[in-house]
Structures are given as C-alpha cells and as structure tokens.
Design a protein around this ligand. Structure first.
Ligand code: FES
Length: 327
C-alpha cells in the first residue's frame, strides 16, 4: 500500500517534541481576527494543556510565533487559536490568515507560563483586545472546576473576539467595557471588593497590563497574587553590539546590532531551547556568570532581574560590551 507523505508548509519536519497539525477549520471572528482549528494529521487526540497555554507555530524556516489555545483542554480532538492580523509584524499573523483547510503545519507541544493558581479563593480575569485568548481558557477551566471567578473584557467597537464564548461560559460574571478608563474604574472597584486570597490575571497590551498591575499594587495586592501575560514583548531584541563569552569553552560569540543573542547562539550551532522569541514564554532562560544585563523580557520577576543571574536571550542583551554565560 502506498503511504501518504505529509508535507508541512513551510517545508519543515516536525522534531521529536513537535506536533504535525492539519488545518481543519477557519473563520473570521471579527474584522482582522481569524480563528483557526488544527487537528493531529493522524486524527488522534492531542496532548492536554493547562489554561493559559500557547502553541509556537513555525511559519517560515527559523520563524515561530506563539498563539494562545482557546478550546477544550483535556485530550482535545483539535486546538483552536485566534490570531489578529498585524501587517506591520514579521509576517507570522499574515501567514496564519492565509492558511487553507488541509494545510499542514509544525507546532510545539502546548506550554504554559500563565496558568491559574488552583488554590486561589477567587479569580479576577482582565482581558484587553486580543489578550482575551488565554483568558478564554482560564474561564473554561474555572467553569469546569467550579471555581469562583469574574471576567472583565475591554475591546474596541467591533473587535469583540470570543465575546459570545465568554457570555456563554461566564454569564453575569462577565463585564464588557469599551474604554481603558472604564476598565480601570471597574477593575479598581473589583480589586477592592475581591475576597482575601483572590488572584488577578491580566492579558493584553503592555500599557493595559501596567495600568491594571499598578491599580492592584495601589489596592494593596501582593505581587504574588498578580499575574500577567503580554501578547508581545514591549521591547525589540536589537541594540548596541556586544559579545557573549561561553563559560565552558571560553569561546566569544559576537552579537550584532540587528541580531538577538539567541539568534547569534543558534547561528553558532549552540542549542538553546526557545518558543515565543518575544520574551514571554520563559523557554530560553540562560544562566549568567557575569556582566550587566539589559533585561527586556516580560517573564522574569523583579527579584530575578535584580539578581542578574539569568537572562532571556531572545530579547535581552548585555548592558555593556560583554556578558558571560553558563554555556
Ligand atoms: S523564547 Fe520565549 S522567552 Fe525567550
């Protein structure tokens, strides 16, 4: 019998920890946001995932973008992602918007750096714009586990992706708002009223996250109960050239002005795990032996940054002309 050859687009082969997925559905949720569903090419159930997980999809050789999973989480038959087209981006979102049914893609297994705290007494979930995507899976989990929660969702008129899903899941625990000022006023009031032991989760543009986080701090919330996930790093990975000294071999790896440290290491054949390449997922974390760091990620805590013992090479750089790595 002739076996079927599966060709991914772009022409890359799934690695041992990667998934080969076929596009089984696509629809426009609202202007500029497309939902795509993906199933295993062999039709089997897919790996389960924690709320707030994302897939990193390879959209060109050496190029991957991470997208939050919005569908059911336990051994699902398909994954769903919702992608806002960004014509000023590197091209990954436009590629997703051009996907056809039966296209085959390579993706990482689901990873989460934004999971809910199971012991939280109450979950306050705040979503801004396309930042609603990980919040949808948080809401699914909260409903499934009968956890106490509420959702606050702010979006521009017409850009209301997943609002129907949230209405169906959350009912009157959902508040939909149309402006940042409404969001802040409502969130402040909810943060004051939330029971002790509540946790706050926010996903959206960096400015929204900073405003909501500041409101939580002002209301006396301890940082350990405040969680956030920006959907892109606020800072570019490029900057002044520097060099990375590899502690084990003593080799010096130059990092050019328009190259990230991660790219420079990979180009030298040094294997560094990575997923989002946006300073968000935590996958590429490296131990630093010496040298000041210009931290640009959205993953490390303030204490980790201050200690200067680790860095995220996909976006962060040396603050001077050299950094020494435990590699
Ligand atoms: S690859 Fe995700 S933080 Fe660096």
């Amino acid at each position: 019998m002739k076996s079927e050859t599966v060709v991914a687009s772009p022409a890359v082969v799934a690695g041992p920890n990667e998934l080969l997925l076929r596009v089984t559905g696509a629809r426009l949720l609202c202007e500029g946001i497309r939902e795509v569903t993906l199933a295993a090419v062999d039709g089997t159930a897919l790996p389960s995932f924690a709320p707030g997980s994302h897939l990193a999809i390879t959209w060109a050789v050496g190029e991957r973008n991470s997208y939050s999973l919005t569908g059911p989480m336990v051994e699902p038959r398909h994954y769903s992602i919702s992608v806002r087209r960004d014509d000023a981006g590197r091209g990954g979102s436009a590629w997703v918007h051009a996907m056809d049914i039966d296209d085959v893609v390579v993706a990482s297994r689901p990873r989460s750096a934004f999971a809910p705290v199971a012991t939280a007494r109450h979950h306050v979930l705040v979503a801004g714009g396309i930042g609603v995507t990980p919040i949808v899976s948080h809401v699914r989990a909260a409903v499934h586990w009968r956890r106490s929660f509420e959702v606050i969702y702010v979006h521009r008129p017409g850009a209301d992706a997943h609002v129907d899903d949230l209405h169906a899941l959350a009912g009157d625990r959902l508040t939909v708002l149309r402006s940042g000022s409404e969001l802040l006023a409502h969130t402040r009031s909810r943060l004051s009223d939330a029971p002790l032991g509540s946790h706050l989760y926010t996903c959206g543009p960096q400015g929204l996250i900073e405003a909501v986080t500041s409101a939580a701090v002002a209301a006396g919330w301890p940082p350990r109960r405040v969680h956030s996930e920006p959907f892109a790093s606020a800072a570019p990975a490029t900057g002044a050239p520097f060099a990375a000294r590899l502690g084990r071999s003593g080799a010096l790896v130059p990092v050019g002005a328009s190259t990230s440290l991660l790219e420079a290491l990979l180009a030298r054949g040094i294997a560094v795990p990575n997923l989002c390449r946006q300073g968000v997922c935590g996958e590429c974390k490296l131990t630093v032996r010496g040298g000041a760091i210009d931290h640009r990620d959205a993953y490390l805590t303030e204490d980790e940054r201050a200690a200067g013992e680790v860095m995220m090479p996909c976006v962060s750089r040396a603050a001077g002309d050299r950094v020494e790595l435990e590699l």
